[in-house]
Design a protein around this ligand. Structure first.
Ligand SMILES: [Zn+2]
Length: 367
């Protein structure tokens, strides 16, 4: 995330803080000072904010450690004024696991509140006018804050934990993509509702409006990201490779190459030996330029490119496309691992078409 700074690293997870968080500290301190509460009160309020965010960090580590139990690492946690965002390597796709990971954050706050309440014997009377920013009653306020975090995070909207809980529950009945889109729509609906209520009752609360806006954006992003993942997930090289292609023997001449080029839509030709082993690729570009320089009787063997990278039909498509991009060749030969024979060609164009078809089918299913 842009505008964030590292503060420390714990069990392989970097804790970062977003610049806007410091605005919150400044805002709180200035409120105290302008309210004539004095420097001591301002310092206490800032300490309280730090304690609040310590609870946020513990909350995030609840998610991080639960995810770790399923073998999922978390590279970083970013603290924003509205809470923390743990960037898990991936979210568990199993609804039951996502449910556990989502719930373990708020569970930490339940435990903190319970420890303060039962362990320290602190009680707080919570009422709507309760102000966390008033000086004094440090532990009471911290307990109230933890209760608030539980309630706030269980709002059923992305990126709140409640949104994930909702998706996990929906995913028990719907497929993952649909569950995500529905959960995102519910979250956006809630955000809109909050904004509309604020407009109708003309109670303008900038922080709440900011949160509603943030939720609205984040919910849309989550739905889009999952739709994108659905399109490429589980795609293998064999789903996107070109299987109907022409090849040239090494002793063929450039004239043979030109004939193949003019005969069909194929532009790049693999050069295969008698056993079907891949020798190289004759690209259209190389063919045309060699034709002008060396004449039509020249053997393709001298003109073809060596393509040392190869892939296999069962290979993950995303990884194979990375290899294709890194390689200088226009097509990646797809080699059968058992026979060693060339069974297909992977080109960026063909893979792009396969992804488009997949996305169109996903949209059809979603509608
Ligand atoms: Zn959480």
């Amino acid at each position: 995330m842009k505008w964030s700074f590292r503060i420390f690293t714990f069990v392989g997870t970097e804790v970062r803080i977003h610049a806007t968080f410091f605005l919150l500290l400044l805002f709180v301190a200035s409120q105290e000072l302008m309210g004539g509460e004095g420097v001591a009160a301002a310092v206490e309020s800032m300490l309280f904010i730090v304690a609040m965010f310590a609870c946020v960090v513990l909350h995030e580590f609840g998610h991080v450690l639960a995810a770790r139990g399923y073998g999922i690492k978390t590279p970083d946690i970013t603290l924003l004024p509205i809470g923390g965002v743990a960037r898990l390597e991936r979210m568990p796709r199993k609804p039951s696991q996502e449910f556990v990971v989502a719930v373990c954050g708020p569970l930490v706050n339940v435990i903190i509140a319970a420890v303060i309440w039962l362990g320290l014997g602190v009680t707080a009377r919570i009422h709507p006018g309760y102000d966390l920013l008033q000086p004094g009653h440090f532990l009471q306020k911290l307990m109230v804050w933890n209760v608030f975090m539980v309630v706030f995070n269980l709002i059923p909207a992305f990126p709140m934990d409640g949104g994930r809980v909702l998706r996990a529950l929906l995913a028990l009945f719907l497929d993952y993509g649909r569950a995500t889109r529905l959960a995102a729509a519910i979250g956006q609906g809630i955000a809109m509702l909050v904004a509309i209520i604020m407009l109708l009752t003309s109670t303008f609360h900038p922080m709440l409006l900011l949160i509603a806006f943030f939720i609205f954006m984040a919910a849309g992003q989550e739905a889009a990201a999952v739709t994108q993942q659905e399109a490429t997930r589980n795609l293998r090289v064999k789903d996107a490779m070109l299987t109907d292609f022409r090849a040239l023997p090494p002793h063929a001449t450039l004239r043979d190459g030109v004939e193949l080029l003019l005969a069909g839509a194929q532009q790049d030709f693999p050069v295969l030996d008698a056993q079907g082993g891949m020798q190289g690729m004759l690209t259209r570009r190389d063919l045309i330029s060699a034709l002008a320089e060396k004449g039509p009787a020249h053997p393709v063997r001298d003109v073809m490119r060596r393509c040392p990278e190869a892939t296999q039909p069962g290979m993950d498509l995303t990884r194979a496309l990375d290899a294709l991009n890194a390689d200088g060749c226009p097509a990646l030969p797809v080699i059968d691992p058992l026979s060693g024979a060339l069974v297909g060609l992977l080109t960026a164009e063909n893979a792009g078409e396969a992804l488009m078809v997949r996305a169109a089918l996903a949209r059809l299913r979603a509608s």
